[in-house]
Unconditional design. Structure first.
Length: 255
């Protein structure tokens, strides 16, 4: 094996292991960090390969996240969002050859940034909102669609859920369960589109331990963070990631 190959493999794992840990941390309930995994991994592999490689890690982490938050979730939200999210995955699958990933990335960033600006600039108008079906179906489908395209379903999900002001454990559990179902639903479409294969499954297997450890570490971090601080971190994390998505999407469209 040449020195160049060894160096490439070393660089890959130096970035892939933290990416897997970010996925696990998000499943443990740490706000937003999972959305950083794909951008980090694209530093060493093409975006489509990165998305396919991380999906099994999401699924494995989901299983442990489900156990951690098995008693904390909102039934009404899940009853609305799960069918809508699955439908959104179906739309993403049906339009996979038609939709520009760069356009979706830009759209995600704009949605997330608009929510943050609305919340910060007009806080008095943001009364607590219940989980309602029309909004849930719209944002749930958009969550499933954007998750299918780039594992970035968080901005539309946050727009729907954050105004409900859920308890932080209920929020984390609801998030974990919803995305566990969405990620499981994505396995067959990803395989049929060639984004998931035996090679990516083998690589995911080597990265899974880092994700599992980070899942339980993330759950401990959530317990340590005061509730007000927790949701401020969600908002600031959403803003930072939205700005990154806007930059990436605009740069890709311009190029």
């Amino acid at each position: 094996m040449s020195a160049q190959v060894v160096t490439a493999d070393l660089l890959f794992y130096l970035l892939a292991i933290p990416a897997a840990a970010l996925v696990g941390g998000s499943k443990g309930g740490v706000p937003m960090v999972g959305m950083l995994a794909v951008p980090l991994l694209t530093l060493v592999v093409p975006p489509i390969q990165a998305v396919g490689m991380l999906l099994p890690i999401y699924v494995v982490s989901d299983m442990f996240g489900l156990w951690v938050y098995r008693h904390a979730f909102d039934r009404r939200n899940l009853a609305i969002l799960i069918p809508a999210g699955i439908a959104g995955v179906g739309v993403g699958w049906a339009t996979a050859s038609l939709v520009s990933e760069a356009a979706v990335t830009l759209m995600l960033g704009l949605i997330g940034l608009a929510f943050c600006l609305d919340r910060w600039l007009r806080p008095a108008t943001l009364e607590k909102k219940p989980a309602d079906i029309p909004r849930g179906i719209f944002w749930g489908m958009l969550t499933g669609f954007t998750s299918f395209v780039s594992h970035a379903g968080s901005p539309p999900y946050q727009w729907y859920v954050l105004p409900q002001r859920l308890d932080k454990y209920v929020y984390a559990g609801t998030t974990t369960i919803l995305f566990a179902v969405i990620n499981l639903t994505k396995l067959v479409p990803f395989w049929m589109l060639g984004q998931l294969n035996l090679g990516s499954l083998e690589t995911a297997l080597t990265l899974a331990p880092a994700a599992v450890i980070a899942t339980f570490a993330g759950a401990r971090v959530v317990k340590m963070i005061p509730e007000g601080t927790f949701f401020r971190l969600v908002e600031f994390g959403l803003c930072a990631i939205s700005l990154k998505l806007i930059w990436d999407g605009a740069h890709a469209l311009a190029g």
